[in-house]
Design a protein around this ligand. Sequence first.
Ligand code: SF4
Ligand code: SF4
Length: 276
Amino acid sequence: MIISVVSGKGGAGKTTIATSLAHILGADYYDLDVDAPNGEHYLQPLIDETRSSFVNHPVVDNSICNGCGSCTQECRFNALYKIREQIYLNDHLCHSCNLCREVCPVGAISYKQVVIGEVRSGISSRTGAQVVIGDLEIGSTRGTALIQDIARQLDKSDMAILDGPPGNSCAAVAAIKPADLVILVIEPTPFGIHDMLQALNILRDLNKPLIAIANKSLGDEELKTVLAAEQLELATSIPLRSDYHKHLIQGEILSRADAKVFRQLVQAVQSGSNTG
Ligand code: SF4
Ligand code: SF4
């Protein structure tokens, strides 16, 4: 079973919940929050494998190019542009879709591999299960491609927790798509509720079973009202407490440090297993 842990808003405590679930379930953990992966801080894997992740970028051979402009016209992302008969690439916009090479009438476009990030893996010294960390190259805009690369190594028969990126971007969708169950972590503040509703739209489009967990809660009345309008209930609510904060600062997995959180999340997952 693949469980994706997501949140509309950054800072809602997604990694707190994801690492706790990895602990409770003895599950493999995939850190797909590739812009700022920090699950290692809690799961403390002994890294035994590191590989680079690549995408293809087009390279134009100007000795063959006849300046027809087909590639610049066809690129859906405006990644290619022409100045004085020379074709240039804005590699931040390229999505490696291959279309420019297909449309070039003279075969002037080839590809080169470009590193977009690193994938580290090893066994957690805390849970004994596999930990895989996606770490995007500084300055790269290809977080979605890195997540898709890691997602290809998922085994559907395994129990795995995917710790996705915050927000509602293509990268967040890439981290949700492989999931059998989605856990939506909500900070019950006006900002958190607003962003949760946007995430909910995407989850409904993707038609995924989901459960909602409040985190850092000082009261859930407004959140419960909003969720009720969406025909959803809170599976559990983790309060905002200074001792929880201290555990996290010290690199503790919250479910490992606090038996009540452990029990709450077990019940939440059991309720989620019944939603599919
Ligand atoms: S590979 Fe696709 S996105 Fe990249 S420059 Fe070519 S057409 Fe544009
Ligand atoms: S499609 Fe090929 S020949 Fe035409 S401008 Fe692009 S690279 Fe040059």
